[in-house]
Structures are given as structure tokens and as C-alpha cells.
Design a protein around this ligand. Structure first.
Ligand SMILES: [Zn+2]
Length: 432
């Protein structure tokens, strides 16, 4: 298949190629060249008109919980619901989904279902159960949540569990927050053992943190990625962010702030917030009654107060640009944003927030593509770039995403996607 009449933004540092020709063979990009070097289609290869648009790498939702979104469904409907969600993600032009923790059998079954289904869906990468302390986050005292975690109080046991799990999953996830030494916090020696087991199996280990000390200890024990903006001790100073930035950059540890989750816990029930989502194009007036009728609406979120989340969100928004400038590899993931009309849209809000925080637009695109692929070690085959040999996942836009973030996150600018080389173009979309 050949796509002509597009500007290619490869998602790396290279300058965009205007008026390019992109060749896709067996679901991978096999050539990207200027139109001046175009070759005739051979062997009946279909030629697709890119309508003058901008072809960027397919978007990655790099922190969600599909099982969490399915939690309110009856048990026997969850696999079907999660499988359908992967189709919904692709319909919202998100081509890869990274599940940061949930029941293993749901994730394995969803992958199995999607492998056999004939309709297209986003790609799925998952952690399976997370490692946490005894009755630690996110299990707490709810026995129904037990399948989502290994509750750990012993480093040797954790090491063996992590070795066995690593064979079935794409990467490993640990929860490392709480008071040091408290039983609900993963013991430090267990964290160390889990990281060692993951690395022995060639898998990345991502660590959910709360405070800066959690982050520093996780990095010291070899975490590959930090999940969630940390809660600052002194929100009035950027000193903590500068120290953390230096550490993350020096150790090449990725950082996924999950801004939209903190924004929504902070503003849950607040007058005007849903209207702001409408104004920003992420919800319609018709969505509002559906959102306000959810049981969580206006209620205190477990473990994270609205006030703390406000501080966490504001601080992250104020310091992300300096972290980027320091060389931190920022990734885009929304976690479970409780006030979104639907899960797939949350990533687009996250990308918009990264831009509002002052990240340059090429860095926003890298966060939602290449950096997210690298975070889980997928740079070989699914690297989140438009480069020869990589999986042909892409998003076609009708305007330049380096000029205005709206061109990337406002779905009215989306012409369509390629998913493993399979095009889904809106033929009625106006030409760019
Ligand atoms: Zn999460």
C-alpha cells in the first residue's frame, strides 16, 4: 500500500517531510520518501490519497486500567467490555493502550479475543497484577480487589512471583507509596527483588509513587519509569522538581505525571469544571448529566483528597516544562480520569494539559508516542515512530500538530488512522 500527498512527522527529531510517499508492507512501514523520489505502484498495491494531511505516529495511552473501567460491570461481562474498549480506543484514534495493572485473566482473555476478532482494535500491552504491600493501594480492605495485586511482605516470595509473572506480561508494575515500614507499603527489599526479577526477564519495571522519597528510592533500586507526578513537600518552591528532574534525566527514567487524573480528583464536583471540559472540546452538554449521575461524582476519592490532588496537579503543571528542559523523558497516560465522558478521550485531555504546562509541541507528541513505547521497552517493533520497519500505526491530521495543540487533540482535525497498516480514513473529511 502506498500513501501519497502527506507531510510525515516521524515522531523523532527529524524535520517533517512535506509531500511524502509512505509505503506499507505487511503491516509495517517499508519506505518513507519525498514525492520527488516516488515510484510507481507495483503488483496492484493500493494507492491512498493522504489528502494533504499530516501523518504522525499512532497515539499511545500509556497509563490506563481497563479492568478498572470494567469494574462496575458484572464479572461475566468484563472481558467483552474490555475487548470492546480496545475498539473504542481505536475509534477515538488511539492506536496503542498500555494497561498499568489489573486482573491477569481479563487482560490475557482480552488479548486472545482481540487476536481472533476481525474488527480492528487498538494494540494492548499490560502489566497484570501489580505488586503492593499488605492491604496496600489499590486493594485496601476490599477482598473483591484482590486479583489486581500481589500483596507482598516478603522479598523472596515477591522475586519468584515476579519471575513467573514476567513470562506472561509486557512489563512489571509496583505500587510504592505509604509510610516507610508500614505493612501496606511494599518493603524496600521486595521492590529491589521485583526490579531484579523483571530485568532478569528483560522486562521494564514501572513504579507508582506518592512522594519524592518514594521516587528517589524507586530510582535508586532501578525503576525504569515513574508513574504519577509526585506530591510536593513545599509547593511554594520549585526546588524539589529541579532535584527530581536532575535525578530522572541522569538515570534516563521516564516520568508519566497522569495530570488529568489529579485534575479530575481535585475538581470532582466543582462548579464549572465540566463546563470547562465542554469549552475545551472534551465533552458535550449532553454528557454532563451522565457524568454527574456516576456514583463517584462529587465524592471524596479514596486515599487522595481533593485538596492534596489540587496541590499535586498545580505543582506538576508549574514544573513539567522545567523537567522537560532538564532532559526528563515525559510520557502521556491518563490513568482512570473519573469525569471523562469515555475512557479513550482522557489521553487527548492529558496531551492538551502537557501543552498547557508549557511543553513544546514536538515534546507533547513524543510523550504520546515514542516515549510511551520506550517506557515499556517496545522500541524495536512498535516504537511509536514513522520509521522503516516499525509497525504501521499512524494518525492522519488535517493541520500541523506543531503549530497548535488543537490540531492533535481536537478530534475534528483527525482524518483517520492506520492500525498495523489498515487504514480507517474519513472519506468525507475536508481536504487539508
Ligand atoms: Zn494507575
Amino acid at each position: 500500500m502506498i500513501i501519497r500527498n502527506v507531510t510525515v512527522i516521524d515522531g523523532q527529531e527529524a524535520a517533517p517531510i512535506a509531500d511524502a510517499e509512505v509505503v506499507v508492507t505487511d503491516g509495517r512501514f517499508s519506505a518513507i520518501r519525498p514525492a520527488a523520489d516516488a515510484r510507481a505502484a507495483t503488483g496492484g498495491a493500493p494507492v491512498i490519497d493522504g489528502r494533504g494531511g499530516y501523518l504522525v505516529p499512532g497515539l499511545w495511552e500509556s497509563h490506563t486500567h481497563l479492568g478498572g473501567h470494567a469494574y462496575s460491570k458484572p464479572e461475566n461481562e468484563r472481558v467483552k467490555y474490555v475487548s470492546q474498549l480496545l475498539t473504542d480506543f481505536l475509534s477515538a484514534e488511539v492506536t496503542s493502550v498500555v494497561d498499568l495493572g489489573g486482573p491477569l485473566e481479563i487482560e490475557l482473555a482480552a488479548r486472545d479475543y482481540r487476536d481472533k476478532a476481525t474488527d480492528a482494535a487498538a494494540g494492548l500491552f499490560f502489566a497484570g497484577p501489580v505488586f503492593t504491600g499488605v492491604e496496600g493501594w489499590p486493594v485496601l480492605d476490599d477482598p473483591a480487589r484482590a486479583p489486581i495485586a500481589y500483596q507482598t511482605d516478603n522479598a523472596d516470595v515477591a522475586y519468584r512471583q515476579a519471575l513467573a509473572l514476567a513470562d506472561q506480561v509486557d512489563f512489571i508494575k509496583c505500587i510504592y507509596d505509604g509510610e516507610p515500614g508500614a505493612p501496606d507499603k511494599l518493603p524496600l527489599d521486595a521492590l529491589k527483588a521485583i526490579v531484579a526479577a523483571g530485568h532478569e526477564k528483560g522486562k521494564k519495571v514501572l513504579v507508582h509513587v506518592h512522594e519524592r522519597i518514594d521516587l528517589e528510592e524507586a530510582v535508586a533500586f532501578g525503576a525504569d519509569g515513574i508513574e504519577h507526578a509526585f506530591q510536593p513537600q513545599d509547593p511554594g518552591s520549585t526546588a524539589e522538581a529541579r532535584d527530581v528532574a536532575a535525578l530522572l534525566a541522569e538515570t534516563n527514567t521516564s516520568y508519566c505525571p497522569t495530570l488529568v487524573t489529579w485534575e479530575q480528583i481535585a475538581h470532582n464536583g466543582a462548579a464549572g469544571y465540566l463546563q470547562q471540559l465542554v469549552d475545551d472540546g472534551f465533552a458535550t452538554h449532553d454528557d454532563i448529566p451522565h457524568i454527574t449521575s456516576r456514583p463517584i461524582y462529587g465524592r471524596q476519592f479514596p486515599r487522595h483528597s481533593a485538596q492534596d490532588s489540587h496541590i499535586r496537579f498545580d505543582y506538576a503543571m508549574r514544573t513539567l516544562a522545567l523537567m522537560h528542559d532538564a532532559g526528563v523523558k515525559i510520557t502521556a497516560g491518563s490513568d482512570v480520569a473519573i469525569l471523562m465522558p469515555s475512557p479513550p478521550i482522557a489521553l487527548l485531555r492529558e496531551l492538551q494539559l502537557l501543552a498547557k504546562a508549557g511543553l513544546p509541541l514536538p515534546a507533547v507528541l513524543a510523550a504520546g508516542t515514542r516515549h510511551s513505547a520506550e517506557k515499556i521497552g517496545q522500541q524495536a517493533t512498535t516504537p511509536g515512530t514513522i520509521t522503516v520497519g516499525s509497525t504501521a500505526d499512524a494518525l492522519l491530521l488535517d493541520a500541523d500538530p506543531y503549530v497548535d495543540i488543537a490540531h492533535l487533540v481536537d478530534r475534528s482535525h483527525h482524518i483517520g488512522t492506520l492500525r498495523v497498516g489498515r487504514p480507517s480514513w474519513d472519506e468525507g473529511h475536508p481536504r487539508a
